[in-house]
Design a protein around this ligand. Structure first.
Ligand code: HEC
Length: 420
């Protein structure tokens, strides 16, 4: 017994020594940009921090990073960058944008050490496809016929664009990417499919335009595809799955423009479609939990209150596989949690966002298609803060807030993509 114990102690001491010697090895070689920092930046920052993408400056070269080193240290330590709002440990996601503790520490030590560049000749610029977050050439690029001139009347504007695909055959779509043209004023966009071609008459018209009063009727039939807000990057559907697009369909884009009072402010946004190259066995479906599903109606937020709404789905009639989740609240949103309860009473975590941030609303893709057994119920809880303590509250004093598309009104949507 004693011998065994001694052996174990020896083993532990040996392992500790091994770990220590390894870390000394790392420490004795100074952290440098080319070998240690560039890979972290190129993988986690450059996809957005490069020309033509959403971020305001590039982070690619040694010069780019040195220039903003202190700022980078701050935003990575705070975990403000890379943007990722889903709480760690509640739902498992594929497209996680999160630096490890080790990566953050590496950046810190490198800056404290005076930011050595390292072997210059080993530096390689990452290769990115221009005009695509997916880093791939789209198979079909759709845009407006001519640039759209925004209203200068300082009001929120919702404009419908009809984009004929002119596809001669039914097509399976692997990824859908909306790319805002005028990044300053394109606030968000909603993309759906119009198989009737009726909406061509709505092209570039405001949803308030009396000539498209039938819109609401047609909308009942159109199929919601994706919602885009800044920071949202497209997902690729897993092998064997894709969105189905009927031949001859039009895409219908509802673009929300933020108020502006400038003459001649223009936009020409783009939709990239990527076709499926694999054999498709399952079509992607969409399911939305929304305001009508709340159990504590009405969906109204009294001034000076903090309130949580509880939404509940019907029993899911058959097993489904969830692929992604995209919560959508507006400015008063504070937090959100979503889960499923199976018929055995087991809880399946779907997503939790403890610090809701209106500016970063993403489509979170599950690591593996997530099985939700038949007869399960999906729940969502969202908390809103309509007090003057909420810095995002645009009304002072606070006012009663009800449902609406404007960002100063409120919404509660949780959008799921799934297959059977
Ligand atoms: C999904 C896209 C995306 C990724 C990935 C990303 N950024 Fe950003 N970043 C942005 C956008 C957009 C802004 C401007 C809006 C803002 O500041 O919130 C920004 C702003 C910043 C700022 C300025 C912050 C401020 O307050 O003005 C810094 C510094 C920064 N990013 C560093 C990084 C670093 C370092 C990484 C990687 C570890 C990274 N970003 C990853 C999109 C991204």
């Amino acid at each position: 017994m004693k011998a065994l114990l001694n052996n174990d102690v020896q083993r532990v001491v040996f392992i500790i020594l091994l770990v220590l010697s390894n870390s000394c090895l790392v420490l004795s070689q100074k952290i440098n940009f080319t070998e240690h920092i560039a890979p972290i930046i190129h993988q986690n920052c450059s996809p957005c921090h490069r020309k033509g993408e959403s971020a305001p400056f590039s982070l690619l070269t040694y010069g780019d990073v040195v220039k903003r080193a202190q700022f980078i240290l701050k935003v990575t330590e705070m975990r403000y960058m890379p943007p990722w709002k889903a709480d760690h440990g509640f739902g498992e996601f594929k497209n996680v944008r999160r630096l490890t503790v080790g990566q953050i520490a590496t950046i810190k030590v490198w800056i404290q050490d005076g930011m050595p560049e390292g072997p210059k000749e080993k530096f390689q610029l990452p290769i990115f496809e221009e005009n695509s977050q997916l880093n791939k050439k789209p198979d079909l690029v759709l845009s407006w016929n001519k640039k759209f001139t925004l209203s200068s009347q300082n009001k929120e504007d919702y404009i419908l664009f009809s984009l004929p695909t002119n596809l001669k055959e039914d097509t399976f779509i692997k990824s859908i990417e909306f790319r805002a043209g005028n990044k300053k004023y394109v606030h968000h966009a909603r993309l759906s499919v119009d198989t009737t071609q009726l909406m061509r008459q709505t092209d570039a018209k405001s949803i308030d335009d009396p000539s498209i009063a039938d819109f609401a009727k047609v909308r009942m039939k159109e199929e919601f595809w994706v919602g885009w807000v800044p920071g949202n990057t497209p997902i690729e559907y897993p092998k064997g799955t894709a969105k189905f697009l009927k031949a001859g369909s039009d895409l219908l884009l509802n673009v929300h423009y933020a108020p502006n009072n400038l003459e001649n402010e223009q936009d020409s946004s783009v939709v990239n479609l990527y076709f499926a190259k694999d054999t498709i066995e399952k079509k992607i479906q969409t399911f939305i939990l929304h305001e009508e599903d709340i159990t504590n109606k009405p969906f109204e937020i009294a001034p000076d209150t903090v309130i949580t709404f509880f939404a509940k789905s019907q029993k899911i009639p058959y097993p489904i596989h969830l692929l992604s989740v995209q919560p959508h609240l507006h400015l008063l949103g504070k937090s959100l949690r979503c889960f499923a309860i199976t018929p055995n009473g087991e809880m399946i975590p779907l997503i939790k966002i403890s610090k809701w941030d209106f500016n970063w609303q993403m489509t979170y893709q599950y690591k593996e298609p997530l099985l939700i057994p038949a007869e399960s119920v999906i729940y969502a809880e969202a908390t809103y803060d309509n007090t003057s303590k909420n810095p995002e509250n645009r009304f002072n004093p606070p006012q009663k807030i009800t449902y609406g598309w404007n960002s100063t009104q409120e919404m509660m949507n949780v959008i799921f993509q799934y297959t059977f």
